[in-house]
Design a protein. Structure first.
Length: 276
């Protein structure tokens, strides 16, 4: 059964937008707003109650819908996911696609929070892109066409999870994670575009073509999932009740970030056992 989608309204005035997206120092201001202000990805995270936990509905019934479950009780904050992602997708060290931060529960216990792109079912970034450089695939992935991107950064501002990064300069750096943490499987993105996590789409599509199953076979599974030493990340087809990801959602209390926005993320979180 699919859920009715609610369009997201971001209450930003034109002045707010220009302040956030302005070329001079805009990225720092935007980062502050997105991580500590009204658009914080932790907006309702710590207030989540058991009766309001997520299920795996709302992803459509036809074909696969790729998604991820992140077990915050298992995560040890090693940042292996971030390093493997940086190497496999040739991501700049100061613009990681996978965020890893230390948080505390309401009782003061430390836990680690990690966040890739959430591949929202009703993604604000897709809605605001004026040239359709950001788009939805039928399998649930929110993708970027970098050759079409004009660098307006509307998507970066619209994302409630700070999951997009703008390339201000052409990269000439040597990636410190190559080859220890992996070998690049995609081209480095150019200056002037916004980039984001793709769930290692090159592995998903390439693996499927060779008969592999994403989430089961390493060749078709995101690098961040493969590298996790404690199995804190689970990937798979959310429309397949027998997949590891769907099973994790069915058998555990799970939440999605900022569900009040109606974005329908494809990433679910298993909270720490003692609660948030």
């Amino acid at each position: 059964m699919s859920k009715k989608k609610t369009k997201v309204k971001l209450e930003l005035t034109r002045r707010d937008f220009l302040t956030i997206a302005g070329a001079a120092g805009g990225s720092a201001i935007a980062a502050q707003l997105l991580t500590t202000g009204p658009l914080s990805p932790f907006g309702s995270f710590k207030q989540a109650q058991i009766e309001g936990l997520s299920d795996a509905e709302g992803h459509g019934a036809d074909g696969p819908h790729w998604g991820m479950v992140i077990d915050l009780d298992r995560c040890i904050g090693c940042a292996y996911c971030q390093r493997a992602c940086n190497a496999t997708n040739d991501v700049a060290d100061d613009k990681p696609w996978n965020l890893v931060v230390e948080e505390r529960t309401s009782t003061g216990t430390t836990f680690f929070f990690t966040r890739p792109c959430l591949h929202c079912g009703d993604a604000p970034c897709v809605e605001v892109c004026p040239v359709k450089a950001t788009y939805h695939r039928e399998d649930g992935l929110v993708m970027m066409n970098y050759s079409r991107c004009i660098g307006c950064r509307y998507c970066e501002v619209a994302c409630p999870y700070d999951a997009r990064k703008f390339n201000w300069e052409a990269r000439t750096d040597v990636n410190p994670y190559i080859p220890t943490w992996g070998i690049p499987e995609v081209e480095r993105r150019p200056r002037g575009v916004v980039e984001k996590c793709s769930f290692c789409v090159q592995r998903i599509d390439g693996g499927l073509e060779r008969g592999f199953t994403p989430g089961e076979d390493r060749e078709a599974t995101p690098a961040c999932v493969n590298i996790c030493p404690v199995g804190a990340r689970i990937f798979g087809n959310l429309n397949d009740p027998d997949s590891a990801a769907a099973q994790a959602i069915a058998l555990n209390p799970t939440i999605r970030l900022r569900e009040e926005l109606g974005t329908y993320p494809s990433v679910y979180y298993i909270p720490p056992k003692e609660g948030l």
